[in-house]
Design a protein around this ligand. Structure first.
Ligand code: PMP
Length: 421
């Protein structure tokens, strides 16, 4: 099929994220991807500044990940997980339990980040049901969050003008505290705790993105908030859930964002970089007390079981991706990206229309005063040979960890060019 035909079929029949018909942007046709570069059907090459939405941390066509996929394909691509198990799932579970914060001991495999959040929420509600506390079924979260596009995650995304406000009348009513300030403010914690105390009999869990609130605003906050959340959750009898789908596997400079504070949640969601961006796989991990309480309840177990749960291909690639990460000096790689982003974005702060520039680990954010025009912004980045996908007032990059200093400099130049469109 030639490029024109692909684009024409796409325009007529294919939904794209957050899109409709006719599409307001023109999707570029990608013919291949190798290392940190996407090759377009017309031959142009773009450095992927987005890691395919936080996921492709090792880049594309990595020989180790390709080999893991091929090897597993030679054994079995899929098998149902009800009543059956397999080595890729066992190895991945053991690996995740070893590297995630202390106490997270049980692994529920899901097929996407959103579904892992659904599962985490079900775990928390079922936990309190099993303890005879049926009223504890609401969630307490921060404004400015993003947890996915299915119904439970949507109910804890930013309710104010966020992309899910269309649904506000049909979503479960959750409890929202303001987004945490960047720096540590004891007054903020006091207000949060008052809210929690007021609602403690209805709250099943506090659910947050630790250290970085992603798609809901790309905001960073002090790690002491996480320490305080752990204390408050314990003192007020609620569970604590960390959504590490975007932050997990080194992106913030620690293996998990929770590690910045040295705290462990009761339930934690991971996804995206779990398979190095190769396959769709996520997981909700929980502590033994959570799992044992649920299992001792009337239902006798967790009422969830996706068809593609623990897909062996995805698990095998995930084992290879996580082992590859641990073998590499990912800490130095992410620190190098952080420095490169800081250096490269130093001049962007003073540009007209730029409200703020912030960098943390492998994440660089340019926040504009006004929303950017998506098509013009994408065109400006592509003209610089870089793939970026700005959203609203946010222009940002989270490059693959294998980017060279030169490639990071080019990503920064593209962020600057987009900020000037
Ligand atoms: N939580 C967070 C923090 C995310 O960034 C995302 C994806 N952007 C999700 C949940 C949802 O994951 P998925 O798109 O795989 O359903």
């Amino acid at each position: 099929m030639d490029t024109t035909e692909i684009s024409s079929i796409d325009a007529r029949h294919v939904w794209h994220p957050y899109g409709g018909f006719p599409s307001t942007t023109r999707p570029l046709v990608v013919a291949g991807a190798d290392g940190v570069r996407l090759t377009l059907a017309d031959g142009r090459e773009l450095i992927d500044g987005m890691s395919s939405w936080w996921a492709a941390v090792h880049g594309y066509r990595h020989p180790v990940l390709d080999a893991a996929a091929r090897d597993q394909l030679g054994r079995m691509s899929h098998v149902m997980f009800g009543g059956l198990t397999h080595e890729p799932a066992a190895r991945l579970a053991e690996l995740l339990v070893r590297i995630t914060p202390e106490g997270l001991d049980k692994v529920f495999f899901a097929d996407s980040g959103s579904v892992s959040v659904e599962v985490a929420v079900k775990m928390c509600i079922q936990y309190w049901r099993a303890r005879g506390r049926e009223s504890k079924r609401r969630l307490l979260t921060w404004r400015g969050g993003y947890h996915g596009d299915t119904f439970a995650p949507m109910s804890i995304c930013d309710p104010d003008g966020g992309m899910h406000s269309l649904w506000s009348d049909v979503l479960n009513r959750q409890i929202f505290a303001p987004a945490p300030p960047h720096d540590y403010e004891p007054d903020y914690v006091r207000l949060f705790e008052e809210l929690l105390e007021r609602h403690r009999d209805e709250v099943a869990a506090i659910v947050v993105e630790p250290i970085v609130q992603g798609a809901g605003g790309m905001r960073f906050h002090d790690s002491r908030y996480l320490t305080e959340l752990r204390r408050m959750a314990d003192e007020h009898d609620v569970l604590l859930v960390f959504d590490e789908i975007a932050t997990g596997f080194g992106r913030t400079g620690e293996l998990f964002a929770a590690d910045h504070a040295g705290v462990a949640p009761d339930v934690m969601c991971v996804g995206k970089a779990l398979t190095g961006g190769y396959m769709t796989l996520a997981a909700a991990l929980c502590t033994s007390p959570v799992a044992e309480t649920i299992s001792a309840g009337a239902a006798g177990g967790l009422m969830h079981g996706p068809t593609f749960m623990a897909n062996p291909l995805a698990c095998a690639v995930a084992v290879a991706a996580v082992e590859l990460l641990l073998e590499r000096d990912w800490r130095a790689e992410v620190a190098g990206i952080e420095q490169g982003l800081r250096d490269g974005l130093a001049g962007v702060e003073t540009l007209d229309g730029v409200a703020d520039v912030r960098v943390l680990g492998g994440i660089g954010v340019v926040e504009m005063d006004e929303p950017v025009d998506m098509q013009r912004a994408t065109d400006a980045a592509v003209a610089e040979g870089v793939w970026l996908r700005p959203f609203g007032r946010l222009v940002y990059a989270m490059p693959p960890y294998i980017c060279s200093a030169d490639e990071i400099a080019r990503i920064c130049a593209a962020l600057g060019a987009v900020a000037q469109t």
